[in-house]
Ligand binder design. Structure first.
Ligand code: C2E
Ligand code: CA
Ligand code: CA
Length: 284
């Protein structure tokens, strides 16, 4: 992108932030054991009259680069915590997953700020999980102090996009994470590739050994859901389960999904296999 359009986009983003034209959508995550809703991930959306619908993968890095990430994080977190209160009033007490730029973690007082925001809105800190992605310039190990402070406050920490980029198995042991999110590359590859299955199995075994929850992200097909379930993942998230939803659509989705879940997890392959096996046993 040339300098001028980038600057125009940044200015447009700043205007949208100031004028409350950003919004949050929420993608459900479900437990593979029984299909229960475990939490929702907040994802920011920007629909602009001039630029159209701009993807977060485009504007979040720009916000980081141009000093706007803290404002985005604070707006997003406040919006998400307020939404949690509305859901709770409606009788839905779920957990929240919130994406944090590794840049925000460079401030040592950031955990205090997050805790104050939770307190001010009366949201228990154990309902919040922060999702972090490792990058070349911000190795998470350098942020150990800040990460530990979050854990002391009862806030959960998930390592996002695990298995690609810079994340390594070693970090799981060294850093105080509570959850690992397996990148969607492995989720789609696990159906056909023995190597990917081995990698997922290794991540799951190590994560479980360390007491962490494993989430498979980007689950789009029943085959993927079933293989990730067989590989021992605890939680699934992706378009098969639900697209990111407007806040007022969550209750209706929960109702609809309860009816849809048994058909998703029911293992036709396995059922067929046991039938064949029983048949061949009879022949013996
Ligand atoms: P992420 O945290 O890895 O979020 C998952 C992305 O995958 C989201 O894209 C989501 O809409 C998309 N997704 C979910 N299920 C599926 C699926 O089954 N298939 C496929 N192909 N995609 C799926 P989105 O909303 O465009 O966000 C992209 C990235 O932008 C996020 O990746 C996250 O790193 C960042 N981001 C989003 N919202 C925020 C935010 O509020 N703050 C910060 N700092 N970053 C954010
Ligand atoms: Ca995420
Ligand atoms: Ca991810």
């Amino acid at each position: 992108m040339t300098a001028r359009p980038e600057l125009e986009l940044v200015e447009g983003f700043e205007r949208a932030l100031i004028n409350h034209r950003l919004r949050m959508v929420y993608q459900p995550k479900v437990r593979l054991r029984d299909g229960a809703l475990t939490r929702v991930e907040a994802l920011v959306r920007w629909d602009d009259p001039q630029f159209g619908s701009v993807e977060p993968s485009r504007f979040v890095p720009l916000a980081e680069k141009h000093g706007l990430i803290e404002d985005l994080t604070q707006w997003g977190l406040r919006t998400t915590l307020r939404q949690w209160l509305k859901w709770r009033e409606e009788g839905l007490d779920t957990c929240l997953a919130f994406n944090i730029s590794a840049l925000s973690l460079e401030q040592l007082d950031f955990p205090d700020l997050v805790e104050r925001m939770c307190r001010a809105l009366d949201v228990p800190t154990d309902r919040l999980v922060l999702e972090l992605t490792e990058s070349a310039t911000q190795p998470l190990i350098k942020l150990m102090d800040t990460l530990t402070r979050f854990r002391i406050k009862g806030i959960g920490l998930a390592i996002d996009d695990f298995g690609t980029g810079y994340s390594s198995l070693m970090q799981l042991r060294q850093l105080p994470f509570t959850e690992v999110k397996i990148d969607r590359f492995f989720v789609s590859d696990a159906v056909n590739s023995q190597e990917s299955r081995l990698i997922v199995r290794a991540i799951v075994d190590l994560a479980h050994g360390l007491g962490l929850t494993v989430t498979a992200e980007g689950v789009e097909t029943r085959e993927q859901l079933q293989s990730l379930s067989e590989l021992g993942c605890d939680v699934a998230q992706g378009y098969l389960i639900s697209q990111p939803l407007e806040p007022n659509a969550l209750m209706a989705w929960k109702q609809e999904f309860r009816g849809r879940w048994p058909g998703l997890i029911e293992d036709e392959g396995l059922a067929l296999w046991s039938y064949v096996e029983a048949d061949s046993l009879r022949k013996r």
